[in-house]
Design a protein around this ligand. Structure first.
Ligand code: C2O
Ligand code: CU
Length: 543
């Protein structure tokens, strides 16, 4: 493997960190001074502050000549196919500028210079609809001089949970630099019963090799929800449309943690390879905000956008969540839970019904997950940390429904298991003070697996030792067949693209297939520091 300067730097530090920390239980991040105190629930989640704008299509633009067609800065890998890009007639076009933006996390902290898609934190929500392809041109407009020093102005965009060609998947070495742009084509393929499709909450984020954690920490993440003929995005649509809460009652909530110095400026510990933890809790870029809600049903799309922090969510009024989707897929049936754990990169879409509340009620979304270092979550704690306060302040009509059947599984384990001929085993472990898969660091010149398109396989994902690894596999929505030899809990019985293993989570067997595309994709730990330390492999789907 051809190690660049940055790789050597990071791997060198990995080795050093072992000596530095010796047998200590804590990582360096834990030793950073606490962030300044911040009074909770001062900022309201509002359109334009906390509720990101919805990206709007622009008139079609020519895809050639594209001055932004790029090759990698080191000229090594000309990934980007430059040339006329033929897109279907019904393609929607978007332009998104990645730029620096002054952002207020909290009224008592100074503005921080972040990086945002279109300058928005989180990025603008890009809404997709099955059957309508999209071409999104991302411009890297990051400034030449950066006083903050977190992240690097190099981008690769990954639509997490999406089915897109390898060159549109944000391959970590397929990056574009300041002053360049890059087109990503998302086919949003119509369903044919065999292909896997986007069905719920996707997200897009930076995926540049070795610096993903810092670039995401700096602000580069946004929602990318999908609508389709079942989940139409209009709660008044009649069956077979599901009628799930929609519009202003359908809200993405990304949970993240951050750390600030005593002056209120963002800090990031690049020496911490366990996984970075911050002591401030953000919802949609705001520290412990509040949200005014009506007495009716809401759909909340929870996304864990943190590097290493796990959350266990519960409502302070003891009311349940009705889960309707996990990761990018609707569940077959709604699942009622009093609380749930969400690992980095996972999504859980839930219905919360405020209709039984009284006007002026205050209800808290609480994180009960204890966690003191990035390697794994600890036990649940009580009372936990409130992340968000709901204030019930009005009545509103509620035509929305939560049908007993959401999305029937027509091609699932029953149909696929008999076809399985290949089983693979991937062990995620710590080695030489860093993280490896089957004993090896990511190497762009090594293919770890060559599955055939459309031929289902069983993969065993396991982990040694006391580390938790949320494993994400591109280009697939797999089924978890078993966790530690037994049927997984209800929230893990739908299609998934991220699954946590290791520590108390143990190992899983998943039923996986790759459809619609051939070529090279990555899979990796989504503790992003582990990913950046090259706990990543790649598979090449064979025709
Ligand atoms: Cu959310 Cu490969 O990433
Ligand atoms: Cu990991």
């Amino acid at each position: 493997m051809d190690l660049g300067r940055r790789d050597l730097f990071r791997l060198g530090f990995a080795g050093g960190a072992v000596i530095l920390t010796g047998g200590l239980r804590t990582s360096r991040a834990d030793n950073l001074p606490s962030s300044p105190n911040t009074t909770p629930f001062l900022y309201e989640l509002l359109p334009g502050r906390g509720i990101p704008p919805v990206a709007q299509p622009v008139p079609p633009f020519p895809t050639l000549p594209d001055p932004g067609d790029t090759i990698n800065p080191d000229k090594s890998m000309p990934f980007h196919v430059s040339g006329p890009r033929v897109v279907p007639n019904n393609t929607e076009f978007y332009k998104i500028h990645i730029k620096a933006v002054e952002h207020s996390f909290h009224p008592h902290l100074p503005d921080n210079l972040l990086w945002g898609y279109d300058g928005s934190i989180p990025g603008p929500t890009i809404v997709s609809r099955t059957g309508t392809p999209q071409l999104v041109r991302f411009f890297n407009d990051l400034p030449a001089v950066d006083p903050v020093g977190i992240g690097e102005p190099i981008d690769a965009i990954h639509r997490h949970g999406g089915f897109q060609a390898p060159e549109d998947d944000g391959y970590p070495l397929d990056t574009f630099s300041r002053g360049e742009s890059r087109d990503y084509f998302f086919p949003n393929t119509l369903e044919d019963g065999l292909t896997q499709n986007e069905h719920a909450t996707l997200w897009y984020h930076d995926h540049s090799i070795d610096i993903t954690a810092q670039n995401v920490y700096r602000g580069l993440a946004g929602f990318y929800p999908n609508f389709n003929q079942l989940d139409t995005g209009n709660e008044s649509d009649l069956p077979p449309a599901l009628g799930l809460p929609s519009g202003q009652y359908d809200i993405g909530l990304v949970l993240q943690d951050r750390q600030f110095d005593k002056s209120g400026f963002l800090v990031y510990d690049s020496f911490d390879h366990n996984g970075f933890l911050g002591d401030k809790f953000l919802v949609n870029g705001l520290i412990q905000p509040y949200l005014n809600v009506a007495r009716r049903k809401y759909r909340f799309r929870f996304l864990n956008g943190s590097s290493a922090r796990f959350y266990n969510l519960v409502l302070s009024n003891g009311r349940p969540f009705i889960a309707i989707a996990t990761d990018s897929h609707l569940l077959e049936h709604p699942v009622t839970v009093s609380n749930f754990t969400i690992a980095p990169a996972e999504r859980v879409d839930v219905i919360v019904d405020f209709s039984g509340a009284s006007i002026h009620d205050e209800i808290f979304l609480v994180n009960r997950q204890g966690q003191t270092d990035g390697r794994k979550p600890d036990k649940l704690v009580s009372p936990g940390t409130p992340l968000l306060k709901f204030i019930v302040n009005r009545d509103a009509a509620d035509p929305s429904r939560v049908p007993a059947t959401l999305l029937p599984v027509t091609v699932g384990p029953q149909q696929l298991l008999p076809q399985v001929k290949v089983q693979r085993r991937f062990k995620f472990e710590r080695s030489h003070g860093a993280w490896v898969i089957n004993g090896e660091f990511f190497d762009e010149n090594r293919i770890n697996a060559k599955p055939r398109e459309g031929e289902p396989e069983v993969w065993i994902l396991e982990s040694g030792g006391g580390w938790a690894h949320p494993v994400h596999i591109h280009l697939t929505e797999f089924f978890i067949l078993s966790r530690n030899g037994v049927k997984p809990p209800p929230l893990e019985q739908g299609r998934k693209d991220t699954v946590v293993i290791g520590s108390s989570f143990g190992s899983v067997a998943i039923l996986i297939s790759f459809t619609g595309f051939t070529g090279r994709y990555v899979f990796h730990c989504h503790n992003i520091e582990h990913e950046d330390m090259r706990m990543m492999g790649q598979f090449e789907v064979q025709p």
